[in-house]
Every structure is written in C-alpha cells, then in structure tokens.
Design a protein around this ligand. Structure first.
Ligand code: ZN
Length: 351
C-alpha cells in the first residue's frame, strides 16, 4: 500500500520504473488528487515500468503484480476477501481519496503481510494508517524526508511511528521485493479489531454502522471543521508516542496536523499565533459537566489548547504550485501527552 501527496507523481513513476516484472504482490496507490480531474496516473505508471496499472474498480479481486490507483473523489479500501471497495465515503484529513482508510483496511485484511509505504507529501495523512499497519505486525517503509521533494508527510510518520525502514526513494523497490520474498514481519498486536472494523465500515458508508450510536473513541467538546458535528477523540498511539485524532459522527476524520490546518483556515490561526506569542494557552481539555460544555466547541478552540511550540528541525516543504505549501503554517505541533488508553464505544449519543 503506497500513500503520497505533493511530489507524488514523480516519486510513483520512479518507483514503478524500479519494480520488477515478476513483483509478486498487488500494489494499491493513493495519491491525493483533485475530484474534478480524471486521473492519468494509471497510464503514467503503466508506461513507466513493467507492471500493468489501472484505476481501482469496486469489487475487483487484487492480483499480484498489478498497480491499482485510487479513483478521484473516492476512497479505496481493501476488503478481507482481498477485493477492492471503491466508495465515496466521508473525507479523511480533508482528502478523498485518503491514505489512512486504505492503510487501515489493508492492515485488517493482510495483517502481518501488509506493507505500508509513505512517500513525499504535505501534512499528515498516512500517519494514522502507518500506526495501524505497524500495530498489525505489518512492515512500514517511509521515504527519507531528506530525499523527498515535500518532506512533511514522511516526517510526520517518523514522528509518531517506529517505522521499519527509512529509505531514499531509489532503495524502496528493492526493499519491497525483499520483504515479499522473505516476510519482514514485526511484532504484531491488534488491540482493537472492533474499532478498526467500525472505522472501515464508517468510511464504507455501511448503513447499519452509520445508524448505530457507537463511535470509536470518546466524545470531545469540540466540533467538526467540515460539518459542525461533535468530534470523537481517538487515542491511537503506539505506546511510545501519543497520537490523538478526531472523527465526527458523519465520519469526517482529522489527524492532528490536518486539524491545525483546518483551524487556521477557519480564521483561528492569527489568534493562535497571538496566544502563543503572549504565552497564553487554554487548558487542553476544558472541565466537563459544566453548563458551558453543552455546546460543541470549534475545533480550533481545542487545538489552541493542545499545541505547544517546538523547534522544527525538519526542512520545510517548498510551496505547492497553488501556493498552499505546508511551510509556514505548520510550525506548531501538539504537545505529546501521556494519556490513558480509552475504551471504544464507551459513550452513546444523548446519554
Ligand atoms: Zn464532520
């Protein structure tokens, strides 16, 4: 499973060139792409290397040695019977297709045989997915940020996941071949298969799941930047790193960095910078139970309390062609909190 964003076409082209004709596993690719433009990626990748490439088709069984690319404006999931599910589910990290739902579904389907790869890109789609692949005992490979045109997406993975291999792009194809021949299985632990399955069903628009009141995580006092609904807070760290992400009842999902960006886009960024400059930060989690907590808060209010400025050692991403590069606005990161593990399904709406 490969996820990438800005700079991804070139990186995927080079990777496709380097894969051998007898590559013995299916390759499923999510490249962040606009909804309106038909993707030419299958043709580009098929021309670049020896493997056939095509857009993912709903219900199609995965074949070894074939590259499947996500369809614009649709998520691509892998079912446990190794078929593809192409669905227009809720956006994750403001993307559709998004990397996280593919990786989660593939981890569930392939467990220790899943290989997750994150290449060049901006922000942090893919980090939660790589955490899941790792927890399933799968193999995690990240492009060395120093080798990536846009380093922040691979760097975010490195910040939160103890990846198995950090490699320059030129070495990734050979590592994939090696890991398929001799499984590079790591220690697997799947603490919450139920939660994983529920998240997959939410993305897949499963009617029975959507009608239930249960949601993974616990309700937060904050509201979804996309739809205004209540956000559930999902603590998803690997035991060594805390990692908190959010999902609303509709299913919109937000990783930490994407939440910050969404909040900045909503006009909260200036206030956030002012607060940081003055050293004024609200507590992370306001007291619960008070009258003030009956109203979901804007996501930005939550995040202003959750972040702490820290030096950014990484090289900044260059600006995107549309001027929306990650450099500049991604200077603040959440404080890594040591938190208890919360149980899923502990809360019922309205209870
Ligand atoms: Zn929402």
């Amino acid at each position: 499973m490969i996820g990438t964003s800005a700079g991804g076409v070139e990186a995927l082209t080079k990777l496709a060139q380097a894969l051998p004709h007898d590559f013995a596993a299916p390759v499923v690719v999510v490249l962040h792409i606009g909804a309106e433009v038909p993707s030419l990626l299958p043709q580009i990748l098929a021309r670049a290397g020896p493997l056939p490439a095509q857009e993912a088709r709903d219900g199609e069984r995965l074949r070894p040695g074939t590259i499947y690319t996500a369809v614009p404006d649709h998520h691509v999931l892998v079912e446990e019977d190794k078929t593809l599910h192409v669905v227009k589910g809720p956006r994750e990290n403001r993307h559709r297709p998004a990397i996280d739902p593919l990786f989660r579904s593939a981890a569930l389907a392939f467990r220790s045989r899943c290989i997750g790869v994150v290449l060049t890109g901006t922000l942090d789609d893919g980090t939660a997915g790589m955490l899941t692949v790792k927890k399933a005992g799968g193999v995690t490979i990240v492009q060395d940020p120093a080798d990536a045109v846009y380093p922040s997406m691979p760097q975010n993975v490195l910040d939160y996941v103890k990846v198995d291999f950090r490699l320059p792009l030129a070495d990734i194809a050979a590592k994939l071949v090696q890991c398929i021949k001799v499984p590079c299985t790591t220690t697997g632990r799947f603490p919450d298969l139920e939660m994983l399955d529920m998240e997959k069903k939410i993305v897949a628009l499963d009617p029975a799941t959507l009608q239930k009141d249960d949601r993974p995580g616990q309700p937060s006092p904050y509201s979804c930047p996309d739809c205004g609904g209540v956000l559930w807070e999902i603590e998803d760290g690997d035991g060594d790193h805390d990692y908190v992400r959010y999902r609303c009842r509709v299913g919109h999902a937000f990783s930490p960095e994407t939440m910050r960006r969404a909040e900045s886009g909503a006009g909260g960024g200036a206030l956030e910078r002012d607060e940081d400059a003055r050293g004024e930060r609200a507590p992370l989690r306001p007291p619960r139970g008070g009258a003030a907590e009956t109203r979901p808060r804007l996501a930005g209010e939550a995040l202003r309390g959750a972040r702490a400025r820290r030096p950014r050692a990484r090289r900044g991403d260059p600006p995107l062609p549309d001027g929306g590069g990650a450099a500049g606005s991604a200077e603040v990161r959440p404080r890594r909190r040591r938190m208890r593990v919360t149980s899923a399904y502990a809360y019922i709406i309205g209870a």
